[in-house]
Design a protein around this ligand. Structure first.
Ligand code: FMN
Length: 176
């Protein structure tokens, strides 16, 4: 959240804003999703937006409230997200209403093309929408979020960079 510190007196008004920020939270067992988190995070950072990249195991509910945007990543497990991320999302009911208006995004690594990667992304985005978060699609490349088949290759690296750039632009608009 941008911090608006308004000091109003008879003669002066001062407004101080912090840089917009993004949380990238992920689960990864064998490192593929983790590499995507890093690629997306690097691109967000290059756009002048603060980034925190952390494993879901190290992420508290309070962490979800501290940023203007949240991007979540998980391997595709049986066409959906790993339970570790689903648990964080289910626990986030305690925050219901407090994530309203933030930007939301998702990415996944799966073993197979058509192995349930887009359903995984849509499951994450569903939760963000229910929280009232803003989700932007992409008319080019991976439309819903970012998908890697196993470890990111050159195509995925490019797509992750583009995702980070677009997400940073969205967050800047939201943070105003
Ligand atoms: C429990 C389990 C379920 C999986 N289910 C799927 C699946 O439904 N579709 C698929 O394409 N890959 C599936 N995979 C493969 C992983 O999604 C894939 O190896 C992914 O790259 C792992 O990401 P990570 O390196 O970030 O852990 C499954 C793997 C495991 C361990």
């Amino acid at each position: 959240m941008p911090l608006r510190n308004v000091i109003s007196g008879k003669t002066a008004t001062m407004e101080v804003r912090t840089m917009p920020s993004v949380l990238i939270v992920y689960y990864s067992r064998s490192g593929n999703t983790e590499k995507m988190a890093q690629l997306i995070g690097d691109a967000v950072k290059q756009e002048g937006v603060q980034v925190t990249i952390q494993r879901v195991e190290d992420t508290s509910l309070e962490d979800l409230t501290k940023h203007d945007g949240i991007i979540a990543g998980s391997p595709t497990y049986y066409g959906s997200m790993a339970w570790e991320l689903k648990k964080l999302i289910d626990d986030s009911v305690k925050l219901h209403g407090r994530l309203d208006g933030k930007a939301g995004g998702a990415f996944t690594s799966a073993a197979n093309i058509g192995g349930g990667n887009e359903t995984t992304i849509l499951d994450i985005l569903n939760a963000w929408l229910i929280h009232g978060m803003v989700v932007q699609g992409d008319p080019q490349g991976d439309h819903y979020g970012r998908v890697s088949i196993n470890a990111p290759d050159e195509r995925v690296e490019k797509q992750c960079r583009r995702y980070g750039q677009r997400f940073a632009a969205l967050v800047k608009k939201i943070a105003g």
